[in-house]
Design a protein around this ligand. Structure first.
Ligand SMILES: [Zn+2]
Length: 291
């Protein structure tokens, strides 16, 4: 079953993406053992990145979204590819701060808003495409909206939600993103704004176990939307021994020699999936010399 859908208005002027990212965020929480507010922060970013990646043209293209806001959570980072795989990490997985006055988790407080959201798209060109905007609030959805408005000149509405149970397990997670293509009339924009204003929280939709198409029908009410495509998005890390080797071989020979002298059994922990890779520093040195 697909957990991400994209729909398009009959006139082709508005594209809506909606995702149920509950399983993705649950896997993230299992790997990183995040506290409630960091589950929400990284969960929202993974959800947003999964939707942003639907614009990648090829399976091998990747998109990296980095949020650095100066808050106690540190850097929050998500990587998504054209195959429907996402992964991510938060620098400090356990942050305990009081909820906001309205009872919601204080994601903006954990992330901070003194910094930037940057997007690196590796689309197979020599140089990756890089865009960066100052953070609006550190609440993630507003920051992604701002990225599209400022860096891409694409009017966008982004909504993201993560519900965390008292025992820190993930109850629901999801989001939607509406983007307008050039040429939308004032009348159409007013109608869409009205539709968006009437939307309940995305997690409310999921709590009621309503299909993602309901989100599409409601956001694009009056625009006769059709499903454009569907996708299954999963949390998956693509690390391998070869990749870890390549990363280590980019060190200088002196640095590798130092590793070999200290302890030839090198352990490298993947920051996305916590898998520990074991390598032999002497083999790495031999490899380096053969290059
Ligand atoms: Zn990994």
């Amino acid at each position: 079953m697909s957990n991400l859908i994209r729909g398009i208005s009959e006139n082709g002027g508005a594209v809506l993406c909606a995702i149920d990212s509950t399983a993705i965020v649950r896997e993230m929480e299992r790997v990183h053992k995040t506290s409630a507010v960091t589950s929400a922060a990284l969960g929202r970013l993974l959800t947003g990145a999964a939707m942003m990646a639907t614009y990648l043209k090829s399976e091998d293209n990747t998109l990296t979204v980095r949020v650095k806001g100066g808050g106690p959570a540190g850097t929050v980072l998500a990587v998504a590819n054209g195959r429907g795989e996402v992964k991510g990490y938060v620098e400090n997985p356990v942050v305990e701060i009081p909820p906001r006055a309205d009872g919601h988790l204080d994601v903006g407080g954990a992330v901070g808003c003194d910094g930037t959201l940057s997007v690196v798209q590796d689309i197979g060109m020599k140089e990756p495409y890089v865009g960066q905007v100052p953070l609006v609030s550190g609440e993630i959805a507003e920051d992604i909206t701002s990225y599209y408005a400022v860096s891409q000149q694409t009017p966008t509405v982004c909504a993201l939600g993560v519900l965390v149970n008292p025992d820190l397990s993930i109850r629901r997670a999801g989001g939607y993103m509406l983007q307008l293509l050039p040429g939308a009339t004032e009348e159409e924009i007013t109608r869409l704004e009205k539709n968006i204003a009437a939307m309940p929280a995305v997690t409310t939709f999921l709590e009621e176990e309503r299909p993602l198409t309901d989100i599409m029908e409601m956001v694009l009410d009056g625009f006769n939307p059709n499903i454009l495509d569907e996708q299954e998005v999963v949390y998956r890390c693509d690390c391998s021994k070869e990749r870890v080797e390549r990363a280590l071989l980019s060190m200088s020979r002196d640095e590798l020699q130092k590793l070999a002298d200290e302890d030839p059994n090198v352990e490298v922990c993947c920051q996305f999936c916590d898998k520990v890779w074991q390598l032999d520093a002497h083999e790495l040195l031999a490899e380096k010399d053969a290059q």
